[in-house]
Design a protein around this ligand. Structure first.
Ligand code: AHG
Ligand code: MN
Ligand code: MN
Length: 316
């Protein structure tokens, strides 16, 4: 029997229609992001076939190797968004400075065009993360000011997951028709989980409190360790199955590794909207006043009870 399905575009239009003053610009912006990620997804699928892998020979602003798909994804998003007149600030993990456009665009967008790029050439899930703000004089706004955030995971299927502040919804790409279809309505992160996700290779560099917390999980003997090394994939699993994800500070990286504007804020917004919690040190990451576009911050997020347990462990 025919089952009615909801496409991503229909869903966003429906959400926007709840706001009588809405202009349709938000739906258009989301559609541009959707289209860009479909193109990125199709290139990722071909990555093993065409000579698109490998390094471009340069380094990004973090002195990390830049691989060709990162550059491709970045350039595609920048091109599509800069010609739209919808955004007047475009900031990307791959750009040293944000692009400020002289147009009347209402939005500022921040994105990590390709997250988990070290996993590209081994066929492991990677993603795109985006974060949208209303324009304001200062483009560096707190994460709590985000109007929407989302990610696309390029995995065994391609999924688009986003929030605009009223819950989190997930859409799976049906490759036969080229549309994202609502497959995971109103995602709620389980209150507890049995998975912890951290780069344990850094164990000796962690603060004693983090070490003690990890050791306490092991002693409970009910936790599994899962760590992909692509934040999008690790958060996606945590969102659906519950658990905890940590990328804490360590002795080498006092500010942690992940970027506040490109990774931590959007993921914190999503996890909070799904009923989970996020914490940066002992602060709410969404209340950090950013001072630089590429600022890094430690992050722990996941199931509410797992975060509470983590906090009581590090405070004891
Ligand atoms: P990116 O590929 O955008 O630079 O991000 C990589 C990030 C993130 O995806 C992941 O959680 C983290 O790096 C993994 O880092 P480690 O391998 O150092 O743990
Ligand atoms: Mn990233
Ligand atoms: Mn990246």
């Amino acid at each position: 029997m025919f089952k009615n399905v909801t496409t991503l575009t229909e869903f966003i239009l429906e959400e926007e229609s709840k706001f009588p003053q809405a202009t349709g610009n938000f739906t258009l912006l989301m559609t541009l992001i959707e289209n860009a990620t479909k193109i990125i997804g199709s290139h990722i699928k071909k990555a093993g076939l065409v000579d698109i892998l490998g390094q471009t020979g340069g380094t990004n602003v973090y002195e990390e190797e830049v691989q060709k798909l990162d550059v491709f994804s970045n350039d595609l998003l920048v091109n599509i968004l800069s010609s739209s007149n919808l955004v007047s600030t475009i900031a990307s993990e791959e750009l040293e400075k944000p692009i400020r456009l002289k147009n009347k665009g209402h939005y500022a967008i921040f994105f990590d065009p390709l997250d988990g790029s070290s996993n590209i050439d081994t066929n492991v899930s990677i993603g795109t993360i985006f974060s949208i703000y209303k324009n304001s004089g200062n483009y560096l706004q707190k994460g709590s000011q985000q109007v929407a955030a989302g990610y696309v995971v390029y995995g065994s299927s391609i999924m688009f997951v986003y929030t605009s502040g009223s819950g989190v919804n997930g859409f799976t790409l049906d490759p036969s028709i080229g549309s994202f279809l609502l497959s995971h309505p109103n995602i709620r992160i389980p209150e507890k989980g049995s998975t912890y996700s951290i780069n344990e290779g850094y164990f000796e560099m962690f603060d004693i409190k983090v070490k003690n917390y990890i050791s306490s999980l092991k002693k409970e003997k009910k936790y599994k360790l899962r760590y992909v090394g692509s934040m999008v994939a690790d958060i996606h699993r945590t969102l659906l199955k519950g658990g905890i994800f940590l990328h804490p500070a360590d002795f080498k990286n006092a500010q942690g590794k992940l970027r506040l504007m490109f990774e931590v804020n959007p993921m914190s917004f999503i996890v909070n909207q799904a009923g989970g919690k996020s914490i940066s040190g002992t602060a709410d990451p969404l209340e950090i006043t950013p001072t630089s576009v590429h600022q890094r911050t430690p992050i722990v997020l996941g199931s509410s009870q797992e975060i509470d347990k983590y906090l009581s462990s590090i405070k004891s």
